[in-house]
Design a protein around this ligand. Sequence first.
Ligand code: ARG
Length: 572
Amino acid sequence: MTLQHMLSQRVQAALTAAGAPEAQAMLQPAARSEFGDYQANGVMSAAKQLKMNPRQLAQQVVDALDLTGIADKVEIAGPGFINIHLSPAFLAQQVMSARADAKLGVEPLPPQKVMVEYSSTNLAKEMHVGHLRSTIIGDAMARVLDFLGQQVIRQNHVGDWGTQFGMLIAHLLEHIEAGDSELALGDLEVFYREAKVRFDADPVFADRARQYVVQLQAGEPQVLALWQQFLDVSMSHCDAVYQKLGVQLTRADVRGESAYNDDLPVLVAELKAKGLLTESDGAQVVYLDAFKGRDGEAQAYIIQKKDGGYLYSTTDLAAIRYRVQQLQLDRCLYVVDARQALHFQQLYTVAEQAGWKPAALQLEHVAFGTMMGKDNKPFKTRSGDTVKLIELLDEAEERAFAVVSEKNPDLPEVERRRIAPVVGIGAVKYADLSKHRTSDYVFDWDSMLAFEGNTAPYLQYAYARVCSIFRKVDAFDAAAPVQLQEAAERGLALVLAQFADTLHQTARDSCPHYLCAYLYQLAAQYMRFYESCPVLKSEGAVQQSRLQLCRLTADTLRTGLGLLGIEVLETM
Ligand code: ARG
């Protein structure tokens, strides 16, 4: 059980004993250290309900509260807050058990099968910056859930189907005939643009493209082979990005829109049989009473167009059905842009109405805001084009190299080249993950690459600094007892003991920024400790105890950053 959970249960039991079994403990880390380490705020509203004096109820709760061996002081403050001060011996013991555990004392969550759908790029073009957030937020969530013992299924719902592929196939064939297809596919942005120009300018080409769409849908082997060839190249562009980002997606996780193609007519027939479909202007729609438009009419979720074609929404319904029936999930996370919020609300509602959502299944849209440029508009190149993700990442490495070279000019170039991608990619990822995912944020090279503040370089550097201690000490007894005497030692131990709660909350709310905020707090607390409690200049048992704190700090920073998909270096 995590620390906060355990304390919460104890307070809950005391509330029950004090005659308020319905009340919530409302236990949280104390806002300020003078209020202790944890605060239970539930007494006030409980007293109101029971028409009691809150301080009197608080006293009864405190009297019933059993925190033997855990807290050395419990006080009532203000109108009835309960402040809990954990005992140093208890905190020391928390540090020691974390040190003895490969997972740093983090207990698993009750086992669940969780799908994380992320990245889900459109393969007609190359990955651009708009795909960054889904890719790294999803990857961080998958790692966190995995660490917490969940059975994680990664899904990359790539856009590999649709009419634009006819145009791309037609263009590819021309290049194959000219013998330069490999070269032409080297830059998919250019390839797409050229194909589009051909399509708009040449009616014969456009006709051919439309023919290919029909043949593709009919499963014509030659056209399918060309389509496959194009997808392969496009996927390898994605793989290069994933590799650079250190993202754990493989080809085995890809299940694109096309995979659901054969199921779409079956799905429509099923919806029809269930009486959910209505014809509207020739299209087949599901009316959603829960979603009213401005005119007060129920909104329509379009399942099939007038011409018989299917939509993004149809495919998503088929995907839910597949995920529920084949993957047997407990929880589904869709890491997708917030601008698709309505789509997902409606999708989940239709799935429910169709009986495709088991009551216990959690369907969650893990929405995120837009990455903005300094002009507060969606991030673009100077000329207004979308920025290719691979180029952004290359630039991150180059900029990190410059920063590291400036900071550490004496380091051999090979060393600086080794550090640059770790810092550069880490900075880009961390800048994103540390913001609340639902807000838009301004992408700013200088602040993300700074070695001060809540940045990856700051945390990576903090990690390297802790590691350097272990190269300077004569001996470290990995089983040495921990004793907390100084306030800064105690403060550090408290933060270390909160790692499990942070991860559990990150998993619950799909908010990687909780973990970032925690790591930043840990690094700051470590600095306070380091300044007031000498490690190298101390001796004997005190030194060994402090080394234990250092070791757990380093391991927690490395593990935490690792769960965000960010690497560390022992020296930098
Ligand atoms: N390919 C889509 C896009 O780039 C995102 C897909 C999101 N996932 C989903 N199941 N609809 O906008």
